[in-house]
Design a protein around this ligand. Structure first.
Ligand code: ADP
Length: 325
């Protein structure tokens, strides 16, 4: 029988039974209580104490000031869009160095959103070079490594875990070797609380500045956000706040406002009030956001005066303020 006393705080799946030995236990993935657990495979592959590569990851990212996770409960709520626009906006200040890691291994959309499809990551003596979108904005994504845009990545947890580790440990983020600094490392995650989330939290152990959680106003999205919040709390990831995306729509012809995704239970604000979290802001639906993503351009630059761009700008300045405190 596994020693339940050894269960560390966090990173234990919601549906783990009471005999879960914890992911850092020698019995992780092998104990009786691991049978049927969705994370059994990843835990088994990492069993026997802390990962010896963790100090190498820490060393590689030593010069990174703020590490932000962008999370969502559901897919399609605008998480990658938000990550891309946040990255562009932060990098608008030429003095700010921004790196983005796309760990949505099975659905990498940031190369498209950030306008750098078809690029490749090259290897040098210092490791993999990220793709530079601007001089001060770089991106790492499995999307750069696929043989074609249509190629599916069909990987189990341990392989995804290995890739994420490479992204952190083997990428030359510029400045890491010569005492330079990176101001923001943004991590775009897949929806939910799965292998990729477990991996990134374990690898950035204790050094995550905070998570931004994206949702739509609908209860069906908020239900999954509750699980995301629970994950963050169990894993010890501070939550900077929630962003309500696709929050209302102003018709460009008649200027009438409609609630396309209706906040039947009060939307993200009610959830934040209930759980003591900050609503960083609400972004309306704007078809030009989709266009900007398809063209790989910054929506805040192309439609700066739109209510959606202003909402984005407000949220981004709130995030900057919180992390700079
Ligand atoms: P996720 O990363 O959560 O799966 P995406 O960022 O890929 O979601 O966004 C899903 C779709 O919604 C994309 O087509 C994107 O262009 C679009 N989108 C995101 N936010 C908005 C918005 N505020 N208004 C209109 N379209 C949006």
């Amino acid at each position: 029988m596994a020693d339940t006393e050894a269960t560390p705080k966090g990173t234990v799946p919601d549906n783990a039974n009471e005999h879960c030995p914890g992911p850092e236990s020698e019995a992780a993935g092998k104990a009786e209580g691991c049978e049927g657990c969705p994370n059994q495979e990843i835990c088994a592959s990492q069993a026997a104490g802390p990962d010896p590569d963790l100090p190498l990851v820490a060393e590689r990212l030593r010069h990174v000031r703020h590490r932000l996770l962008v999370l969502s409960g559901k897919g399609g709520v605008g998480k990658s869009t938000f990550t891309g626009q946040l990255a562009f906006a932060l990098a608008d200040d030429e003095e700010t160095e921004v790196g983005v890691v796309d760990i949505d291994i099975c659905g990498p959309s940031l190369p498209q959103i950030m306008g750098c499809t078809g690029e490749e990551m090259h290897r040098s003596s210092n490791g993999w070079s990220p793709v530079y979108v601007r001089d001060n904005l770089s991106l790492v994504s499995i999307g750069f490594m696929l043989p074609s845009d249509d190629a599916a990545v069909i990987w189990r947890g341990p392989k995804k875990n290995g890739m994420i580790k490479q992204f952190l440990k083997d990428v030359d983020w510029g400045g890491s070797a010569d005492g330079g600094r990176m101001d923001y490392l943004l991590v775009d995650t897949p929806p939910g609380t799965s292998d990729e989330h477990l991996s990134i939290v374990q690898m950035l152990k204790g050094s995550i500045t905070g998570a931004v959680i994206i949702t739509t106003p609908q209860e069906v999205a908020l239900q999954d956000v509750r699980k995301e919040i629970d994950f963050c709390r169990k894993a010890g990831v501070p939550i900077l706040g929630l962003v309500e995306n696709m929050s209302g729509f102003v018709c460009p012809s008649c200027h009438g406002e409609s609630r396309i995704f209706y906040p039947t239970t009060g939307g993200a604000q009610a959830l934040c009030d209930e759980l003591g979290l900050l609503l960083l802001g609400s972004i309306p639906l704007d078809p030009r956001i989709g266009k900007a993503c398809d063209f790989g351009s910054s929506f805040l630059d192309t439609c700066a005066d739109s209510p959606a761009a202003q909402a984005y700008a407000g949220i981004i300045s709130r995030i900057k303020k919180i992390v700079e405190q």
